[in-house]
Design a protein around this ligand. Structure first.
Ligand code: LLP
Length: 385
């Protein structure tokens, strides 16, 4: 991924920083767009994965819409230039202020997660003399077979409306004068690598679409969410298999000719196109363990501390041919979970070496924090190696 030229450039830069490979990003976006267009599917980028302006500009230029989960994300999408009819607003806890702002901006639709939220959107729209378009997020009780912290589509999760509440939901929709029902929405979890899971989702989507149609609703939009995973173990597998992914929905969804199928992909679009670049501050050789202490910590990349997530770690100042040693690679934060990897094989590492932590484009920079009064993490852009 990096040429020597890149590393020479990095040598002068202040670390830590996120390096974004804009060439790989564009290749990934193009691959996704081509695979989706083949079926006339619509992709909304899940902005929560990364709202870095430079990335959003490429994503917008590729023609994707925006899936937002806060009022600020909606405003950012508008600022970047996403057309309002391609902006959806999801989230289990939208505030009145956020709903009002989104109503003022005339976005495409609200993905609604509870009956009470339907009532509130109806009231707020009524006060403005507007009609809000809504899609009902249904909890389909489909197991995504991913890390339990990023599973969202089971009965025990807080997301969406459960199937037993749908009769009341349908009644509420029928009575609400300022709501226009446009369709149904699902999202069962993130970092899904077993594509069979999506076949089960399609079966449920078909059932629920049928349920609404039987009650006289026109289901214009089938929004199946996101969740397509990336290969953290092998970051050289740079571009996810979008063709296989979309083919499942083409094969298993009972799509009516007048229906649109929407996707909300985040990680799959941006995950592999970034590495967190950090410098070795100290090396501690102990009796039982050797530690490499980096200038990046859980404040810059929280995933390992939060989900025990695996990210490949490389010493990019050393040659592949050099002998390797096992190190625990840790950050400077005063928390024991501030660890990027245990017993990582690295070439003999010295103070000042540059370390790349791979596959950090999704849920990396956006989940960084100021804990310990750390500085905001920087980003840098290149065209790959
Ligand atoms: N749609 C909805 C309603 C979502 O909640 C999410 C992600 C997505 C779409 C996009 O999912 P993706 O395609 O990126 O898997 N911070 C965690 C991931 C949290 C995902 C939250 N929802 C991580 O670092 O793994």
């Amino acid at each position: 991924m990096f040429s020597n030229k890149d590393i020479a450039q990095f040598a002068d830069l202040d670390t830590p920083f996120y390096y974004y490979d804009l060439k790989l990003l564009q290749q990934t976006l193009d691959a996704c767009a081509a695979a989706a267009n083949a079926h006339d599917f619509h992709v909304h980028y899940a902005m929560k994965a990364n709202f870095n302006d430079r990335l959003l500009q490429s994503i917008h230029a590729t023609g994707f819409g925006a899936d937002c989960v806060s009022g600020n994300e909606v405003k950012k999408a508008i600022e970047i230039g996403f057309p309002k009819e391609q902006i959806v607003f999801a989230g289990v806890g939208k505030s009145d202020k956020e709903i009002n702002e989104a109503l003022d901006l005339d976005i495409f639709c609200f993905n609604v997660e509870s009956i009470q939220e339907l009532e509130v959107i109806n009231e707020l729209a009524q006060a403005k003399g507007k009609t809000a378009k809504v899609a009902i997020r249904i909890n389909p009780n489909v197991d995504a077979h991913t890390h339990h912290n990023i599973t969202t589509g089971l009965d025990e999760n807080k997301f969406g409306i459960n199937s037993w509440d749908l009769p009341l939901c349908a009644e509420t929709l029928k009575l609400a004068k300022n709501l226009e029902f446009v369709g149904i929405h699902f999202h069962i979890g993130s970092q899904i690598t077993n594509l069979d899971v999506y076949k089960n989702l399609c079966v449920r989507v078909n059932e629920f679409a049928g349920w609404f149609e039987e009650r006289g609703f026109m289901v214009k939009v089938l929004n199946v969410g996101g969740g397509l995973g990336i290969d953290y173990q092998n970051p050289e597998q740079q571009i996810p298999d979008f063709i296989a992914y979309f083919q499942i929905f083409a094969d298993f969804l009972n799509k009516r000719p007048n229906q649109e199928v929407h996707f909300e992909l985040g990680r799959a679009l941006v995950g592999q196109s970034s590495s967190l670049i950090s410098r070795v501050l100290y090396v501690k050789n102990g009796k039982k363990k050797n530690f490499v202490i980096l200038d990046a910590g859980m404040t810059e990349l929280m995933r390992p501390a939060l989900y025990q997530a695996y990210h490949q770690i490389e010493n990019i100042s050393r040659q592949d041919s050099e002998e390797v040693i096992k190190y625990d690679v840790v950050g400077p934060i005063c928390e024991s979970t501030d660890c990027f990897g245990k017993e990582v094989l690295l070439q003999e590492t010295k103070r000042g070496d540059l370390i790349a932590i791979r596959s950090t484009g999704a849920y990396g920079e956006v989940m960084s924090s100021h804990y310990n009064l750390r500085e905001a993490v920087r980003s840098s852009f290149g065209q790959g190696g």
